[in-house]
Design a protein around this ligand. Structure first.
Ligand code: F6P
Length: 343
């Protein structure tokens, strides 16, 4: 089939494992199944503002499935959030529309997290044909059961926690590990459970320092002299310490006199090759996005619901965050098993 459509594709916001798998899923389906043309836009919305792009052939999509990061580059450019404009300066969304038309695009695929999908929705309201694909290690995109990138990040964080167990045990220390998640505690929750963390602190459940201290002392009394404390980076940090791991570590030591050490996992969680589950999810999202384009079903985000890929309107999900419900069965089961959430 050769339907002649020309698709622009961009990746915006923080990178994560699986983006290239999604680009490949969109591109191969668009080219092989529908005979469409694909244009890769550089560095997120910045590339559309400056008209920086390259034509992508099917050949260009070979060998990228397992590669981390994004072959297109990314940026945190938010075209609708403009600093003060100079006189006679064109609005960035207007520039984007102008370039979209000049490039002869029939559709724009935006691969990104909450910020990107919000912009995607606004561009769609400005009349562009837009499709969103949800990605982020934080797993906090509203309207989908899972974003790709999350599984890889949980694998990395769980492995790090596994490694902390043996050294914590040898030295009888309290190990505090900080994982990503600014607003949502999904990585801390999943990696904490997968790695057998004792204390799990997430932004959605306010913690009390005394509860954590009491819990750790109780473990010592039970002849469990070491513990693992998993904290999401977004939990409250009322101290002067640069990381919440450092803050929690200092407070635990002050309150219990137990020896503590902290690890901040950082960008290791976002780098490297995607897990097989993320490769599959990103590929499913990508192929579904190409099918939506062929159907001219725009203004949608591909989403995973009960293990089926569906499409949800961008306007329904834009601006919302999917947070951990403090009553989530995973939280409750974890508490029932004796874990502490500091509440
Ligand atoms: O991708 C999501 C995320 O990893 C957050 O958890 C983190 O706070 C943020 O990105 C940091 O990203 P950057 O330093 O690239 O802005």
């Amino acid at each position: 089939m050769n339907n002649g459509m020309k698709i622009g594709i961009l990746t915006a916001g923080g990178d994560c494992p699986g983006i290239n798998a999604a680009i490949r899923g969109v591109g191969k389906t668009a080219i092989v199944k529908y005979g469409m043309h694909l244009v890769g836009i550089s560095d997120g919305f910045t590339g559309l503002i400056h008209k920086e792009y390259t034509e992508l052939t099917e050949r260009d999509l070979s060998g990228i499935l397992t590669v981390g990061g994004t072959i297109l580059g990314t940026s945190r450019e938010k075209p609708f959030k403009e600093a003060r404009k100079k006189k006679n300066e064109i609005r960035k969304p207007d520039l984007i529309r102008e370039h979209y038309e000049q490039m002869g695009l029939d559709c724009l695929v935006c691969i990104g997290g909450n910020g990107t999908l919000k912009t995607a929705n606004l561009l769609s309201q400005e009349g562009l044909n837009v499709i969103g694909i949800p990605k982020t290690i934080d797993n906090d995109v509203w309207g989908t059961d899972m974003t790709f990138g999350f599984d890889s990040a949980v694998n990395i964080a769980a492995e790090a926690i596994d490694r902390l167990h043996s050294t914590a045990n040898s030295h009888k220390r309290i190990m505090i590990i900080e994982v990503m998640g600014h607003h949502a505690g999904w990585i801390a929750l999943y990696a904490g459970i997968a790695g057998g963390g004792d204390v799990i602190l997430i932004p959605e459940i306010p913690y009390k320092e005394e509860k954590i201290a009491e819990y750790l002392m109780h473990r010592v009394e039970q002849n469990k002299p070491y513990s693992i404390v998993v904290v999401a980076e977004g939990i409250k940090n009322p101290g002067k310490e640069r990381s919440v791991a450092q803050y929690i570590s200092n407070r635990i030591y002050e309150m219990t006199n137990l020896e503590t050490r902290e690890t901040v996992l950082g960008y290791i969680q976002r780098g490297g090759s995607p897990s097989p589950m993320d490769r599959v999810l990103a590929t499913r999202y990508g192929t579904a996005a190409a099918d939506l384009i062929a159907d001219h079903d725009f203004g949608k985000m591909v989403s995973l619901k009960n293990n089926k890929i569906i499409a949800v309107p961008l306007k329904e999900i834009a601006g919302k965050l999917r947070l951990v419900d403090p009553e989530d069965p995973m939280v409750l089961h974890s508490i029932n098993m004796g874990n502490c959430f500091g509440s």
